[in-house]
Ligand binder design. Structure first.
Ligand SMILES: *[C@@H]1O[C@H](CO)[C@@H](O)[C@H](O)[C@H]1NC(C)=O
Length: 206
């Protein structure tokens, strides 16, 4: 290798430090938006819960609507956004549904329902009964999909509705294992992302 090329390569290495992607896990509180800016809403966004003065642009990995709480990944790594919304990662939601749901309604949820609005059918999924009361039912729904307001659409379709909705798990991240109060964030590194959701980050170069 010529000296010139060696010098050039050396300059490249000095000039191009690798920058690790930055990802946070948030326990999203009620009444926060996942959009960057919604001129029609006075509500704050989840990005306002990140440490201030971070220069990079962050994105949520999928979205939770304003009335939904629970685990949400926020990252500056677009590869993670793509991976996390591709159907590769299992998510578990705990919903309080209106009414005492019967076995037929549970079966319908499991088999899949028309989500309406041109979104097609929900894929077959796991639905677990947690608690049944006279006026409501607590259930746990496991989804790989993440269509717009999917759980709300599913429960609406069986003649019920959502009273309360929380995402309790994203892959191996479980809200019960984490010491994350509502609105709290925690940085997660590449090793955890690989272990918990099977995502292998590409370390970017500038
Ligand atoms: C289950 O509940 C739905 C909605 O209330 C009702 O239409 C259906 O007849 C019920 N099915 C059974 C088997 O009770």
């Amino acid at each position: 290798m010529s000296t010139l090329i060696k010098i050039f390569l050396l300059l490249l290495i000095i000039d191009l430090p690798s920058i690790s992607p930055l990802t946070f896990l948030l326990n999203k509180p009620l009444s926060y938006l996942c959009t960057h800016h919604d001129p029609l809403s006075p509500l704050p966004t989840v990005y306002s819960l990140l440490p201030p003065d971070l220069p990079q642009k962050f994105h949520t990995v999928g979205r939770l609507d304003a009335k939904t709480t629970g685990l949400l990944l926020i990252t500056d790594d677009v590869g993670l956004v793509t991976y996390g919304t591709s159907g590769a990662v299992e998510k578990i939601y705990r919903a309080t549904a209106m009414g005492a749901l019967n076995a037929t309604q549970f079966d319908t949820l499991r088999e899949g329902v028309d989500l309406k609005g041109g979104l097609g059918n929900s894929d077959p999924c796991d639905v677990k009964m947690i608690k049944s009361e006279r006026h409501n039912t607590v259930l746990e729904i496991t989804l790989m999909q993440g269509k717009n307001r999917q759980i709300r659409r599913m429960l609406h379709e069986i003649g019920s509705g959502v009273l309360k909705l929380e995402r309790t798990e994203i892959g191996g991240f479980r809200i019960d294992d984490l010491d994350l109060g509502e609105g709290d964030i925690k940085a997660v590194d590449e090793v955890e992302l690989d272990l918990m959701i099977g995502y292998k980050a590409n370390v970017k170069t500038r």
